[in-house]
Design a protein around this ligand. Structure first.
Ligand code: SAM
Ligand code: SF4
Length: 459
């Protein structure tokens, strides 16, 4: 996914323009917004046209195969645009941020000398400093795991800027990961698990709601591993935090992602039972269904543990929709192991899921393992898994037809006369544009579906 941001204040006279291209997960989308905020304090406004940007930032993701190569080829394209701009006497600084920046570091400047700054995910607050240096020709490579808290140093956006972003917001509460699944680069690129303090999270949530946000999604690489001391001096987990956030007047909907099965504790499950503002949707990756493969992946749970957990969650919140991530073709995966993955999918029944072919990441234990599965077999397994998951997603979407529930209207529809919103289970819902205003939560009845989109009439 890539996205350009446009949070500039149209009324101010812009001195400089920044184009941010975001790759990867919601955490990167959130980080891009916070970087844009940091730059706004430095006089930058966002643009969606790279050609007119004085600063181009690639906020990169390292999770997919050949991620770094894709960044280098994008930098080649940007170099041409920079040359064009320089012909007209205009400047263009170029920065690489995010997980590829963390993983590649100085190598980026060696391979792409056009780059002025390389900044890892923990040091975005030092971006304005790096820019000052870049303007006098000094390149920066800053991939420390900073001792200071970047969130303390990042400026907050103004209310009007938050409001321009819509009615749903992301809020990072946790970063990094200590789990070390053997296939994954995250513990190396994002560092150890760090939880933001309660006071910081509450202040940010209150600011978002005061600016008109109706829904907040708490983010973390391992969001349910979040832990911090509460104002009562007790140790709070994510469940307790959700109970507290649910008390904020005007905050209608809460979500969180991504969770690890090992960190789903009783209080978090109780939050699903007791909080009507906590949406009945849970992304809880299991990755594989075979205990042998789960062990090799260092997932620290067995298939039966996962199934028992889902049962407890469904007992607490019967209408919860499950989502997950799956990897096929992990080293040593036999036909029998793969069948176990299909079986766990059949047992759980997913409303939505993401599935990937295993691809080795240099520096992770998985890459060193024997018995890599041939690509053709991975392709075949992925196709079979995706066919099953698509069938389940279709069944879930179909089962909404005739149902009545509340929809949060969050944007104009793509076609004239329409507005779009989200169901409690995250499907897009299309309604008549006169049904309500953006930010309203209205009762609807689903009349039909098109792929995973629901169409509704108002009640
Ligand atoms: N922390 C989350 C978790 O534990 O599920 C998500 C981590 S990662 C950003 C998102 C997904 O990418 C993983 O759940 C996994 O399915 C997939 N993934 C990560 N590394 C991979 C690799 N080397 N090959 C294929 N898929 C991978
Ligand atoms: Fe990666 Fe595993 Fe951590 Fe998720 S829990 S970020 S898959 S190491």
């Amino acid at each position: 996914m890539s996205q350009a941001f446009s949070e500039g204040d149209a009324s101010a006279t812009p001195s400089r323009k920044v184009f941010v291209k975001t790759y990867g997960c919601q955490m990167n989308v959130y980080d891009s917004q916070r970087m844009t905020d940091a730059l706004a304090a430095d006089g930058y406004v966002a643009t969606e046209a790279m050609e007119e940007a004085d600063l181009v930032l690639l906020n990169t993701c390292h999770i997919r195969e050949k991620a770094a190569e894709k960044v280098y080829s994008e930098l080649g394209r940007i170099r041409e645009i920079k040359r064009e701009r320089e012909r007209t006497g205009a400047e263009m600084l170029i920065g690489v941020t995010g997980c590829v920046a963390q993983a590649e570091g100085r190598e980026i400047i060696r391979r792409a000398p056009v780059v002025d700054l390389v900044i890892g995910p923990q040091t975005y607050h030092r971006l304005p400093d790096a820019l000052r240096k870049a303007r006098v020709g000094e390149k920066t490579v800053d991939t420390d795991y900073a001792v200071e808290d970047k969130f303390e140093h990042l400026p907050q956006p103004k209310s009007a800027e938050i409001a321009r972003r819509g009615v749903t917001a992301f809020l990072s509460v946790q970063e990094g990961c200590d789990k070390f699944c053997t296939f994954c680069v995250v513990p190396y690129t994002r560092g150890a698990e760090v939880s933001r303090p309660v006071s910081q999270i509450l202040a940010e949530a209150e600011r978002l709601v005061a600016a008109g946000m109706r829904e907040i999604t708490l983010l973390g690489q391992n969001v349910n591993a979040w832990r911090a001391e509460g104002p009562d001096g007790k140790d709070w987990g994510l469940g307790r935090l959700l109970f507290r956030l649910a008390d904020i007047p005007g905050l209608a909907r809460l979500r969180y992602t991504t969770s690890h099965p090992r960190d789903m504790d009783d209080e978090l499950i109780a939050a699903h039972r007791d909080l009507c503002s906590l949406m009945p949707y849970l992304h809880l990756p299991v990755q594989a269904g075979s205990d042998r493969i789960l062990k090799a992946m260092n997932r620290r749970h067995k298939a039966a543990d996962y199934l028992a957990l889902i049962e407890r969650i469904r007992t607490a919140r019967p209408d919860i929709a499950m989502s997950g991530d799956f990897i096929v073709g992990f080293p040593g995966e036999t036909d029998e192991d793969f069948e176990a993955t299909l079986n766990i999918v059949r047992e759980v029944g997913y409303a939505q899921a993401f599935s990937f072919k295993y691809s080795p990441r240099p520096g992770t234990p998985g890459a060193e393992m024997k018995d890599h599965v041939p690509e053709t077999l991975k392709d075949e397994r992925l196709q079979r898994l995706q066919a099953l998951l698509a069938e389940q997603q279709h069944a879930f979407t179909q089962s909404r037809v005739g149902m009545r529930f509340d929809v949060l209207i969050d944007k104009p529809g793509r076609r004239a006369g329409q507005k779009a919103g989200r169901s409690p289970w995250l499907q897009p819902v299309i309604i008549d544009e006169r049904a309500g205003e953006i930010g309203d939560i209205i009762p609807v009845r689903i009349t039909r579906t098109e792929a995973s989109t629901l169409f509704a009439e108002t009640l």
